[in-house]
Design a protein around this ligand. Structure first.
Ligand code: PEP
Ligand code: MG
Length: 532
């Protein structure tokens, strides 16, 4: 009897994949692999454990110092306490003993020992100590992440190791989860939640990984290792596919292929969106005419820490150098909302989409702002730079941001630096004429602009049918923005996902748009669409 089950979801990123399920969630890798090791590998496994403990201790010390300098002793104390747990000789002894006695892998030992520790803390009367129990989850996540990067001393062929050659199945993919995976080795993503313009979907498309969301209860109803067929073009997911099903679609299996690079076209300037500095190379391969959107917050999310000026400067400079005279548009840290930076320890918000995020967050954390401003100012010595502020609400806020940036970087001899806004919030779009009096350029973030214009969550698969930019109100707004830019002779680009859709690009051009920025993979498709 065939066990095949079919489910229809929302297609997020094209291509078809066949693989085995790997269950993920935000707090822990569900299948923290529990496997027996050979007695001869005990020392190797203990070595892995110790390496992960050391790396984690170093990271926590760095964060502690940084937080101490920037925020104060009380906030830094949280990280001192976490570090003490990691350094606790009893805890590490228990982990080593677990490996020896149970012949278990290091991941499992960490899991077991920290679970027991968390329960012990949670049962205590002292409220302060009980609260520390929640830190244990963070410590476990950090340790397991660091462990995943250590060379395992044993062959894990056939086992689930953080998504390697697997279809990652999650309730929801957060940006931090997506970016922490080695996506070279992920075959596909399947989630219960997540809209077409969620950041995970954007990343999946940029990487050419098939992805489907909106498959209800999949995370709790399949086991790790189950065969799964994912069709990112139609949104169909087939669990335990029957041999006939596999035979019927075997030739279609594979990642969406990358189109051949194409030379720039005179009708439309096409720049690249990147998330990490390493992607500048692909942007150049695809002959991008510059970087139109560097989502700098992903550098922070991927490293799991607040990057300081020096670390940021190295990454940013590498991008500006790679672009070799073509402009690099840095989007200032757009954290908060759907891209939380846990290291900032922002209090829980009822409605983060309308909360402490984007430029509002930058203004609230001047040290964070200062470090990034200085790093970008220094990177501008290597080539032309644009500084773009996210989620700007009006011209006054833009001026405050620009002036603060200049003040923070006042002692740095910069190259060419221009300041602009991202039109993502309707109030700023309505004020376009005034904004173009001050801003030297702008770019339309259609993902958020659509979300806030129509009050429809970009992340929510349930309202995916209502999430569309292709609406008369949206196009009227685009025409208004293009005309405001033309009147002041300011460059205007579009950098939301719409800019990478070949069937939308002519509509954008009809509104007067002459520049777009999209994922490097989409660049040739867009150029082809405008020349057809
Ligand atoms: C946008 O909102 O359109 C945008 C490009 O920014 P992000 O998708 O990173 O929010
Ligand atoms: Mg946005």
């Amino acid at each position: 009897m065939s066990l095949e089950r079919r489910a229809q979801g929302l297609p997020l990123s094209g291509g078809m994949a066949l693989g085995r399920v790997c269950l993920f969630d935000d707090h822990r890798h569900q299948e923290v692999p529990a496997y027996a090791i050979e007695p001869s590998r005990i020392d190797d496994e203990i070595l892995r454990l110790e390496e992960a403990l050391q790396i984690t201790t170093r990271q926590l010390e760095d964060i502690r110092t940084h937080v101490h300098e920037r925020m104060g002793t009380a906030e830094a104390g949280i990280f001192s306490a976490q570090k003490m747990i990691v350094e606790d000789p009893q805890i590490s002894r228990e982990m080593r003993e677990h490996i020896r006695a149970e012949l278990s892998n290091a991941e499992h030992a960490i899991h077991r020992v920290l679970d027991a520790y968390e329960s012990r803390l949670g049962a205590l009367d002292d409220e302060y100590i009980r609260e520390r129990a929640s830190d244990v989850g963070e410590i476990r996540r950090r340790l397991l992440n660091n462990l995943a990067n250590t060379v395992p001393g044993l062959s894990c062929a056939g086992r689930c190791r953080r998504g390697r050659n697997r279809v990652v199945v999650a309730e929801e993919l957060t940006p931090s989860l997506t970016i922490s995976m080695n996506t070279d080795e992920v075959l596909a993503f399947v989630t219960e939640r997540g809209g077409i313009n969620s950041h995970a979907a954007i990343l999946a498309r940029a990487l050419g990984i098939p992805a489907v969301s909106g498959i209800r209860n999949i995370h709790s109803s399949v086991a790790c290792g189950t065969d799964i067929l994912v069709n990112g073009d139609t949104g169909e997911v087939i669990i335990s596919p029957a041999p006939e099903t596999l035979a019927a679609c075997s030739c279609a299996i594979g990642r969406a292929r990358r189109a051949e690079a194409m030379d720039p076209v005179p009708q439309l300037k096409v720049l690249a969106n990147i998330t990490l500095c390493g992607e500048a190379g692909e942007a150049c391969e695809m002959r991008a005419e510059g970087i139109g959107l560097y989502r700098t917050e992903f550098e922070f999310i991927s490293s799991g820490e607040i990057l300081r000026e020096e670390e940021q400067c190295a990454r940013y400079t590498s991008v500006v150098e790679a672009m070799n005279g073509r402009v690099t548009t840095f989007r200032m840290l757009d954290a908060g909302g759907d891209k939380p930076l846990p290291e900032l320890r922002i209090p829980q918000e009822e409605n983060p989409a309308l909360g402490l995020r984007g430029s509002r967050l930058l203004l609230r954390y001047p040290d964070l702002f200062r470090d990034q401003a200085r790093a970008i100012a220094r990177a501008s010595q290597a080539g032309p730079v644009r500084v773009m502020f996210p989620m700007v609400v009006d011209v006054q806020q833009f001026c405050r941001l620009r002036d603060a940036f200049k003040e923070y970087a006042a002692d740095i001899r910069t190259g060419t630096v221009e300041f602009g806004v991202m039109f993502e919030v309707p109030s700023a779009a309505i004020q376009a004429d005034e904004i173009f009096r001050e801003a030297e350029f702008a770019s339309v973030g259609t993902n958020d602009l659509t979300q806030y214009l129509f009050a429809v969550d970009r992340d929510n698969a349930l309202v995916a049918d209502d999430y569309s930019s292709d609406h008369p109100v949206f196009w009227a707004l685009m025409r208004t923005l293009a005309s405001a830019a033309r009147k002041k002779n300011r460059p205007l680009s579009v950098c939301g996902e719409l800019a990478g859709m070949p069937d939308m690009v002519k509509k954008l051009m009809a509104c007067g748009i002459r520049s777009v920025s999209c994922s490097p993979r989409a660049i040739p498709l867009i150029r082809k669409a405008v020349t057809e």
